[in-house]
Design a binder for this molecule. Structure first.
Ligand SMILES: C[S@@+](CC[C@H](N)C(=O)[O-])C[C@H]1O[C@@H](n2cnc3c(N)ncnc32)[C@H](O)[C@@H]1O
Length: 432
């Protein structure tokens, strides 16, 4: 059964939650074999389409497993510098078929090697490992009488990893020329990059859309992750009742949902309208349907109709823009002041959602001056309203031999800390 490797974005828990929610919503069967802060390995019944990467906000690269061996060999080869283990590693690489697959049509072949590891102890050695694999690939290519250029890095680079931009610019996916070495405590995978995240597309939707609002703006990548967490699939109706300039709505439109946006501020309703028109033109989505309405969240059910919505994805007001990290009491005060708005939303959301419909909601999460976190008691309110909380991870997602996933399975929400802001986001998923 095919094994695929996923290189995650910065917030790996969020990346893994998005990926699994996306797969589950499409009834794609999978098992998580291994996860770590840099990469995951999943088994599928069939190969995943590589275009999936464009639909995910939190996955940087997807690789196809070529071979797998015990990490003991890598340890002996690089920590103990055993010649015999280095030879064994070179043979394993040669028999993996990686070099055979590389596109040799150009006069000179560009190739790259990136090293990912579950443990930091590999970081100081990753440059050596990368050069070792690079030189083996180069030798093999010259055996094929092929000239090649190995993409090295500047000395200042901390990790021996090519960025998604480098992979894109040198067409390493198309020429099948990026090797991934993913090292865990026990096993090491060798893979070929089959898909890479395109940051330019997300950036375009962030900075080139006609109307922007930087203070309250949510990055499109996070908006896409939240849309995926809501189990939104093409044709579903997705609502953002605090739509602002329409970042969530634009990502939902690209996910082929029919979208409805509501905001109390008429300027926002117009801004969303302009931005969604732009998305429709820019991405040739002539048939995409959207509806934008001005109104207060307290009257949501009256405005959009009861049981008309499949998914709600939203980030209401998260509090004032703070200059300094707040004290505990001040953080509590900020959150208490916002509670009526969120509690009101919970009740209205329950009314407008169809049965089994999902709500993905951001609440403020504040790390205070003393390092404690203050959050909103929204889970209790949601449950009281009638919602069932959806945990981001469940036991059945993991392979029988997967390890250390208790912490993930016990999680009830996801936290996204953005260093630039004093107020972070806590993401809750629940179902009617
Ligand atoms: C944080 S912003 C949403 C940002 C949006 N996710 C984006 O990236 O464009 C919150 C929005 O909620 C709207 N809002 C505040 N109170 C509201 C209420 N009572 N009913 C509806 N909308 C409200 C504000 O006008 C603001 O546009």
């Amino acid at each position: 059964m095919p094994i695929e490797l996923f290189i995650s974005g910065k917030n790996w828990r969020l990346s893994l939650a998005e990926l699994t929610a996306y797969l589950k919503a499409r009834e794609i069967k999978f098992e998580i074999n291994f996860f770590s802060k840099e990469f995951f390995t999943l088994t599928f019944e069939n190969r995943l389409e590589t275009s999936v990467i464009d639909a995910l906000g939190g996955t940087i690269k997807i690789g196809e497993e070529k071979t797998k061996f015990s990490t003991k060999i890598v340890k002996e080869a690089f920590f103990d510098r055993k010649k015999q283990s280095q030879k064994q590693l070179a043979e394993l690489l040669a028999s993996s078929g990686l070099v055979d697959e590389m596109d040799k049509s150009a006069e000179k072949l560009f190739f790259g090697v990136s090293i990912y590891s579950s443990e930091n102890m590999w970081h100081p050695l990753s440059g050596n490992i990368q050069r070792f694999i690079g030189s083996k690939v180069k030798d093999e290519l010259s055996d094929h009488e092929k000239k090649s250029k190995f993409m090295g890095f500047g000395k200042d680079r901390k990790l021996a990893q090519l960025s998604h931009v480098e992979v894109l610019k040198k067409n390493l996916v198309e020429t099948k020329s990026e090797v991934l070495l993913c090292i865990s405590k026990e096993e090491t995978w060798v893979a070929r990059t089959v898909a890479v995240h395109n940051p330019f597309e997300f950036q375009k939707r962030d900075v080139y859309k006609p109307i922007q609002r930087t203070i309250f703006g949510m990055p499109p990548r996070l908006a896409r992750i939240m849309v995926n967490l809501s189990a939104c699939t093409p044709g579903k109706v997705l609502l953002d009742p605090f739509c602002g300039v329409g970042t969530v709505l634009q990502e939902a439109l690209l996910a082929r949902a029919n979208v409805v946006g509501v905001d109390v501020n008429p300027w926002c309703v117009n801004a969303s309208n302009e931005n969604l028109e732009w998305i429709r033109r820019e991405y040739n989505l002539q048939n995409a349907e959207f509806r934008l309405l001005q109104g207060d969240v307290g009257k949501l059910a009256e405005k959009v109709g009861q049981e008309t919505i499949d998914c709600i994805v939203t980030e209401p007001d998260l509090g004032p823009a703070l200059r300094q990290v707040p004290t505990g009491p001040y953080a509590e005060k900020i959150i208490q002041k916002l509670e009526p708005l969120f509690f009101g939303l919970a009740e209205q959301a329950y009314k407008v959602l169809k049965k089994d419909g999902r709500l993905v909601l951001v609440t403020p999460y504040i790390i205070t001056r003393s390092g404690h976190s203050v959050s909103m008691p929204i889970a209790e309110k949601l449950e009281k309203t009638g919602f069932k909380l959806v945990k981001p991870f469940s036991e059945e997602m993991f392979a029988k031999n997967a390890r250390d996933h208790e912490e993930l399975v016990s999680m009830r929400s996801l936290v996204e800390v953005d260093e630039r802001h004093k107020i972070s986001r806590q993401i809750h998923i629940c179902q009617k």
